[in-house]
Design a protein around this ligand. Structure first.
Ligand code: ADP
Length: 160
């Protein structure tokens, strides 16, 4: 059977941290769907369409990766795709509590779905979409954290 895993998230916008996790996940699974959440609590900087577009661009050369979106619960999307594995990234200890809580809630909702946590390369272990948006708004150079086209897109948004 072909293996398929789902990597859900907001990806607002995609960073080198996300890309690192995607590449690592491809060592475990033949196919990976990066699933962009359309209903996120916080007001996103990028529309769903823009987030998908940037992810497609960032994963263009990666075999087995597709980018899709979902509405509602990630576990329902995983089930709809007949998959049973969800990938999440763990940066710092600070991610742990939230991710642990969510994984256990998801397990209660859907006992057959397993969450696999992956650690990024050290150099990206502190990179977050939220922080790079804040840093960019204060004039920081974010080129070490996101691909160039993302950096340009963030700059364009901040000018508006
Ligand atoms: P969320 O889904 O919580 O809105 P994101 O879209 O930013 O968060 O991230 C999706 C997933 O990728 C989450 O599991 C998050 O912890 C993980 N992630 C984000 N940035 C990194 C990074 N730099 N290294 C490893 N994992 C990351």
């Amino acid at each position: 059977m072909r293996s398929l895993a789902i990597y859900p998230g907001s990806f607002d916008p995609v960073t080198y941290g996300h890309i690192d996790i995607i590449k690592r996940a491809l060592r475990l699974t033949e196919y990976l769907i990066v699933a962009v959440a359309s209903n996120i609590e916080k007001m996103p900087m990028f529309s769903l369409k823009e987030r998908i577009f940037m992810l497609r661009q960032a994963t263009k050369g990666l075999k087995g990766v597709t980018v899709d979106s979902f509405n509602g619960l990630a576990v329902d999307y995983v089930k709809a795709k007949s998959a049973s594995v969800m990938i999440r990234g763990l940066r710092m200890i600070s991610d742990f509590e939230y991710e642990f809580q969510m994984a256990l809630t998801n397990r209660k909702l859907s006992p057959k779905i397993e969450t696999i946590f992956m650690m990024p390369s050290e150099e990206y272990s502190y990179v977050s979409s939220k922080l790079i948006k804040e840093a960019a708004s204060l004039g920081a150079d974010i080129s070490s954290f996101v691909p160039e086209f993302v950096q340009k897109a963030v700059r364009r948004k901040l000018k508006k």
